[in-house]
Design a protein around this ligand. Structure first.
Ligand code: FES
Ligand code: FES
Length: 160
């Protein structure tokens, strides 16, 4: 059984049918070809699938698409403004990306964190990254990346 839903995805209006048991992650990857959100554990434990739902980070593997009618979704593909580019560059600059599997979810979570808190402490960052597993880097470089991004975003805003 299917149901018709309307979403705004990465700034574009989308309307289509989804199966009742279909997750948001399946909709994004299998139906819409947005492969930036990764399918890791598929059970809410790794954070690789995180996207923004109405501006808040969510694990897209745990959310049913059929329940999202009228929502706004932003995936890593939609994070292409100046602030988001700084965040992505920060992860690379401090060596917080190695295999990169965790990176899209962490970058999305970082965008949500810095939108709410432009000057997060290491504790704030670690709290925001709970549920994001990374097998490669350890988590010190993630904190470095978020603080590096915060500093450069402040400079960008100061220059405006
Ligand atoms: S794939 Fe969603 S939390 Fe791991
Ligand atoms: S960089 Fe490989 S899992 Fe995080």
């Amino acid at each position: 059984m299917k149901t018709l839903i309307h979403l705004v995805i990465n700034g574009l209006s989308w309307e289509g049918e989804v199966a009742l048991g279909q997750t948001l992650l399946e909709l994004l990857r299998d139906q819409l070809g947005l492969n930036g959100a990764k399918q890791g554990c598929d059970g809410g434990e790794c954070g690789a699938c995180v996207v923004l739902l109405d501006g808040k980070p969510v694990q897209s593997c745990l959310i049913l698409a059929a329940e999202l009618d009228g929502s706004t979704i932003t995936t890593i593909e939609g994070l292409n403004d100046g602030v988001s580019k700084i965040i992505q560059e920060a992860y690379v600059a401090v060596g917080a990306v190695q295999c990169g599997f965790c990176a899209p979810g962490m970058v999305v979570a970082t965008k949500a964190l810095l939108d709410e808190n432009p000057d997060p402490s290491p504790e704030d960052i670690n709290k925001a990254m709970v549920g994001h597993l990374c097998r490669c880097t350890g988590y010190v470089r993630t904190v470095d990346a978020v603080q590096y991004a915060a500093k450069h975003i402040k400079e960008l805003n100061g220059a405006e």
